[in-house]
Design a protein. Structure first.
Length: 368
């Protein structure tokens, strides 16, 4: 008897973790869309044929593309499409996004498109826009906006997992995302993120000054054992997933600093968690304590100044500024750069003005 599991999915994207997400691999987090357990009398059968016989409205070509992307698991391990299923094997189809439980309704939401061709488009996402529909956010997302943008394209099916977003950023983080318009583009781009060959740089404002001009943070990141809404760093042991963040100090500004972060891996809340771990939470990051006054003096004037800064940038001060990858069709390297959004720019200027009246900056290399 075949045991099928179609809805064991957890939305651990953006800021709404739930239960049931399976372990990620490499640079991705994966959600299980289908699970089948081969019966006792199962004869040896290629896994692509096995899945085609158990999943409606699919084809061997689609399954083979999923296997090439590392999305077919047998007993928890990725396999090639020619793997032969044996009795009691647990075969899973996983994807890099939650399974949509509801129909995706196209919505006329403005999108800042930085670049678009026949294979992909690059979007500059504003802070506050959720990427995927999910827990508490079933409309008004970037996916809904993309469905509207592609409404007249007969080749684009927003419910097709072979298309769409290749990676994610948090709801209240702004910045660049790449979207695949074809299955081949999704596979090619997905492999680049998996193999860590993409180029991603973020700009953040964090609490506290740095003594060093640059550094590297290493430490496994996993779900907090105390608060499931948070991620945490586990420097010792096997819990969590390997994570590496490189940073460079752009400006030390009195009680905050502007830093540039380059991701070597891409874990949930990675920059936010790593910066908190080394004592520099992101400015106004509610989830990780950055919405409190963590540095400075307790005068009423200073407290009012910081409160005004919180109002100027009412979210974690983090922007995905630079994105680079190899184009899936032309093979050319492509680099995209985005401006610091106005709320973060206003925040930085406020701290620069405050700093200029009280300090001499030991190193100031702000060229954003």
């Amino acid at each position: 008897m075949i045991e099928e599991k179609e809805n064991n999915i957890v939305a651990d994207f953006d800021d709404e973790p739930e239960d049931g997400m399976i372990a990620g691999d490499g640079n991705r987090e994966l959600w299980e869309h289908y699970r089948f357990t081969a019966e006792k009398g199962q004869t040896l059968l290629r896994v692509d044929k096995f899945l085609v016989s158990h999943i409606d409205k699919t084809s061997r070509n689609r399954i083979q593309q999923a296997a090439d992307a590392g999305c077919i698991l047998v007993n928890g391990k990725p396999v090639k499409s020619n793997y032969r299923v044996k009795p009691f094997d647990v075969v899973s189809l996983v994807m890099d996004r939650p399974k949509y439980e509801l129909e995706i309704i196209p919505e006329d939401i403005p999108i800042d498109i930085v670049y678009e061709d026949n294979d992909l488009l690059v979007v500059n996402k504003p802070a506050g826009l959720v990427v995927h529909p999910g827990h508490g956010n079933y409309s008004g997302t970037l996916v809904n906006a993309l469905a509207y943008h592609f409404r007249d394209n007969p080749d684009y099916d927003v419910s097709d997992p072979r298309l769409g977003l290749v990676h994610r950023i948090d709801k209240d983080t702004s910045g660049l995302l790449v979207v695949a318009k074809t299955p081949d583009a999704k596979t090619h781009l997905g492999k680049q993120f998996f193999n860590k060959t993409t180029h991603r740089q973020y700009v953040a404002v964090v609490w506290g000054q740095f003594d060093e001009e640059s550094g590297t943070i290493e430490g496994n990141i996993g779900r907090s054992l105390k608060d499931r809404l948070q991620m945490a760093v586990f420097p010792d042991g096997d819990y969590g997933k390997h994570a590496v963040t490189h940073y460079k100090v752009i400006e030390n500004l009195a009680h905050v600093a502007v830093v540039e972060c380059q991701l070597e891996t891409g874990r949930t809340h990675q920059i936010r968690v790593h910066m908190k771990h080394i004592g520099h939470p992101l400015f106004n990051d509610v989830r990780y304590g950055g919405d409190k006054i963590l540095r400075g003096i307790s005068t009423s004037k200073y407290v009012q100044f910081v409160q005004n800064c919180f109002k100027a940038c009412p979210r974690q001060a983090l922007h995905a500024k630079t994105l680079g990858f190899v184009h899936p069709s032309t093979g050319k390297e492509m680099f995209f750069n985005s401006e610091i959004p106005s709320d973060m720019e206003s925040l930085i200027k406020k701290w620069e003005e405050y700093y200029s009246t009280t300090h001499q900056n030991p190193f100031n290399s702000r060229i954003l």
